[in-house]
Design a protein around this ligand. Structure first.
Ligand code: GDP
Length: 301
């Protein structure tokens, strides 16, 4: 797997358990090789990004160098930052400061659903709310069809559960609005990186972000975490007829029973099985109308 891009080189992590002659003990049985691309890859116009699974040849174990000769088709792709084969988008939502925003949270979730990547909600800064409010949040997300992991870096609550969850998936990127604590969390989870954080008010004033290359870090059990907060501007590109399937709570209803009309958009059609009293229905409806009235492909956010 490509774990970083450095100038014209690719840093590729490989399993070295088959090469007993060399005793590398870094990265839990993995070694990182500095690689160049085989020129045919350039001719074929194949882009390689962090997260791509590649084939390497001409391995020089002594100097930790090799040549990338192949790249596998991607299972998923996240555009900003460009990371291939992401298996989990962890969406950080702050319990307070900044205030919870249902529509914004939904746009992040929809962006992950749209890219066909599993989303996980991380509820941050729970030291700022009461136990009762925490239960309300958990129940809210449950009614949307999502689990959430509540955390606080101030008292380390939930951090162990989060690490345990992240170790069950291959490659995680953290996403979410500015100021919710993504950078703080990355610094907490990957002690070797130290990204600058700043207060919410400073962030809102600044509004600009320095972009840099992503690097993937081992977090145990063969799992990797991108050291850069992921997209913080959601992007949903979707056909109106597919839109309801991006909401787990509607998906469940549609898999349990069928609407009368096959092309039902779940507006006011007779025989529609979607429960219009669900919390996110008005949000669905509003975005659907925009989608119908705008030229395709529709982009929300
Ligand atoms: P990002 O924009 O999502 O990367 O947010 P940062 O990590 O830069 O954090 C924004 C602000 O929230 C900083 O002032 C952090 O100290 C603060 N913060 C982060 N995590 C927590 C937390 O668990 N509890 C509290 N009370 N504040 C936090």
């Amino acid at each position: 797997i490509v774990v970083a891009l450095k100038a014209n080189f690719l840093i590729v992590e490989i399993d070295h358990k088959n090469f007993k002659d060399y005793s590398f003990d870094e990265f839990n049985g993995k070694i990182r090789l500095l690689c160049i691309r085989r020129s045919k890859l350039n001719y074929q116009g194949l882009f390689i990004d962090v997260g791509d699974i590649v084939g390497v040849e001409s391995i020089d174990y002594k100097n930790k160098r090799a040549v990338v000769s192949d790249v596998e088709p991607r299972q998923s792709f996240l555009k900003r930052p460009a990371v291939a084969n992401v298996t989990l988008v962890s969406i950080c939502i702050s319990a307070d400061e900044p205030l919870f925003d249902m529509e914004q949270t939904s746009r992040f979730l929809l962006t992950a659903e749209c890219a066909n990547i599993e989303p996980l909600i991380i509820l941050t800064k729970i030291d700022l709310i009461t136990k009762n409010d925490l239960i309300l949040y958990i129940n809210k997300f449950k009614s949307w069809g999502y689990d959430c992991i509540p955390v606080s870096i101030h008292n380390s609550q939930g951090i162990d559960s989060l690490i345990e969850r992240l170790r069950k998936t291959k490659l995680t990127v953290l996403a979410g609005p500015s100021g919710v604590g993504k950078t703080s969390l990355i610094n907490h989870l990957i002690p070797t990186v130290s990204l600058p954080t700043s207060s919410v008010s400073k962030k809102l004033k600044r509004g600009t972000h320095t972009t840099r290359h992503v690097e993937l870090f081992a977090i145990g059990n063969g799992s990797l975490l991108a050291d850069t907060p992921g997209f913080n501007r959601p992007e949903i590109v979707c056909e109106p007829s597919d839109f309801a399937f991006l909401f787990p709570e509607f998906r469940t209803q549609l898999s349990n029973s069928q609407c009368k009309f096959r092309n039902c958009l779940h507006r006011d059609e007779p025989g529609c099985v979607i429960d219009k009293d669900l919390e996110r229905y008005p949000f669905y409806r509003e975005n659907l109308e925009e989608m119908i009235n705008s030229p395709l492909p529709y982009q929300a956010g």
